[in-house]
Design a protein around this ligand. Sequence first.
Ligand code: HEC
Length: 155
Amino acid sequence: MKGRIAKLGAVVLTAAIGFTTAVSLVQAADPITERREAMKGNGAAMKAINAALENGSAADQLVKHADQINSTAMKLEALFPAGTDQPQGKDPGHTMAKPDIWQDPEKFAAEVKKFQDESAMFKTAVAGGDIGVIKAEFENLGGTCGSCHRTFRAK
Ligand code: HEC
């Protein structure tokens, strides 16, 4: 009897894993939406950090935002697979990513690298807890967002 229950559990588990895989495949089928959601997450995190700094919140309030931005930075290139420069536009399912991303991949990779390095520096600053240093790194981090947008995002 015990054995049967264990087996049943395994079947349910397999079904659950199968379901998760199917869901992530559906998401992966629309990399433009996934990318735009990740960028919106960047925007929300930067806004939250800015508000916390203005309100004089403690540095530990910033940890989760710093982590989120850094983890997005580390997977950024994967959010720009080849063939996702169309259709252009602001509407849902459309993209504001300029084709230059795929035409000049080295230049794009350099922007991604700057963002990764700066988001890691910001994380370190947050962990250090010195608000002056955190504010300076926050400026630098915002600079890397703007730098990439100026070159690679349509207006
Ligand atoms: C390496 C380049 C690069 C970096 C770095 C970068 N972005 Fe972006 N971002 C883009 C591109 C390209 C788009 C357009 C994506 C699309 O429409 O497919 C974009 C779109 C956005 C959008 C609009 C999302 C939408 O569709 O509504 C926001 C908000 C945003 N980025 C915020 C940020 C913030 C904040 C940072 C820094 C913390 C950042 N980005 C860093 C390239 C970058």
